[in-house]
Design a protein around this ligand. Structure first.
Ligand code: SF4
Ligand code: SF4
Length: 371
């Protein structure tokens, strides 16, 4: 497994194990299978594990504590994330940090992150003196390096990025989403400041592994043997500012495939980068509904989440995966938000700058969801 120097005194494997998508059994982590997956990864050189307070309803941290206690603390690096949305007062920072140290059965975290920062949570934790907490936690030896993960707009990212001497940051980057959220500018800002970037969702939650056959043919013409996952990992690996790439693996086969890819991973050459550009265009051309998620049509008097329904429908087509449509429609949308609640009152029609026939498109969504 390729490794990377994260800081002068810390080296990690290039691939990190994201601990949010373990296989489950009866609603709980399938500990036997998940342990096998972790052990396989570790035995093949993966030495970084990344979890967070809410993963698997809180079970991920305690499960990882049980697994990691069998290893020598100096032989792996560990990151977890503070649930910033739960912080109401200064004392809460250390309360959650201590609870996490206890659950993970370690004395310190190599890397600690403020989890999923956005405009609202950022304002709240700054008011609660987050910088003082970080300095104190570092002095006490509970945290070695401090970073943040992020889900909001470019302006908020710039504000957060410039507010502190961060040791690293975790961003959602893949060859489809690179220009969203913090965008390429955010990536460049951190790279210019020499702040290591970690990547989450390099495979876009698995969506980049189920491409349609005609799109896969573009990849196969150049590298007949390589999987769509390998292309996606190599694209991220090619970005010079990226240090660690996290992948939330859910099967032993995924672990085996990813470990093999990272054994000899190389950056994409010019021809390969052009191929990814072509593939990106082909994926984007599969969009079924030209909704820009501007939200002008909202709120719907009948509570239908119009843009969310269209996003789910588009994702299913772009990534050739009807399972996504069924899963997201049935499990993620609330009952009242589903397309089937549209009563065709027509109130949204004049509000859409894309002139979409919203009621009939919502009807189309419902027709594609399996009964
Ligand atoms: S037509 Fe349907 S989606 Fe549009 S406002 Fe009426 S109920 Fe809502
Ligand atoms: S107004 Fe049109 S483009 Fe905007 S979110 Fe609604 S459906 Fe999408």
């Amino acid at each position: 497994m390729k490794t990377v120097k994260m800081k002068s005194d810390v080296t990690t494997s290039r691939l990190g194990f994201g601990c949010m998508r373990f296989p489950t059994k009866n609603g709980k982590i399938d500990r036997e299978l998940s342990t096998k997956m972790l052990q396989y990864a570790y035995d093949h050189g993966l030495t970084h594990f990344d979890t967070a307070y809410p993963y698997h309803g809180g079970e991920s941290e305690s499960f990882m504590g049980e697994f990691l206690k069998k290893l020598n603390r100096k032989d792996f690096t560990l990151s977890t994330k503070l649930p910033v949305w739960k912080v109401e007062k200064y004392e809460d920072f250390e309360k959650y940090l201590d609870e996490q140290l206890q659950k993970l059965q370690v004395d310190y975290f190599d890397f600690y992150l403020l989890h999923a920062l956005n405009k609202k949570t950022w304002k709240k934790i700054v008011e609660n003196d987050v910088f003082k907490f970080i300095e104190e936690a570092k002095e006490k030896g509970k945290i070695r390096y401090m970073g943040f993960s992020f889900h909001d707009d470019k302006e908020t990212f710039q504000e957060i990025a410039k507010s502190y001497e961060w040791d690293f940051c975790l961003l959602q980057i893949n060859y489809i989403d690179f220009w969203k959220q913090q965008g390429e500018e955010g990536y460049q800002l951190m790279t210019d400041r020499n702040i290591p970037i970690w990547v989450m969702e390099p495979l876009k939650g698995g969506r980049l592994t189920t491409l349609a056959d005609d799109i896969m043919d573009e990849f196969k013409t150049v590298n007949p043997e390589d999987s769509s996952a390998k292309w996606a990992f190599r694209w991220v690996h090619t970005l010079p500012g990226v240090k660690l790439i996290l992948s939330g693996m859910s099967t032993l086969n995924q672990v085996k495939e990813n470990v093999e890819i990272f054994g000899d991973i190389e950056p994409l050459n010019k021809e390969e980068l052009n191929t990814v550009d072509k593939v990106r265009d082909l994926i984007n051309n599969r969009v079924k509904v030209a909704c820009t998620a501007c939200n002008y049509c909202m709120p719907c008097p009948n509570q239908v989440e119009i843009p969310k329904n269209f996003k789910i429908y588009n994702d299913a087509y772009m990534f050739n995966n009807m399972e996504i449509l069924n899963h997201m429609y049935k499990q993620v949308l609330k009952v009242e938000e589903k397309a089937e609640n549209c009563i065709e009152c027509g109130e949204c029609l004049d509000k859409c700058p894309q002139n979409l026939d919203i009621p009939s498109l919502l009807h189309e969504v419902t027709e594609h969801v399996k009964a």
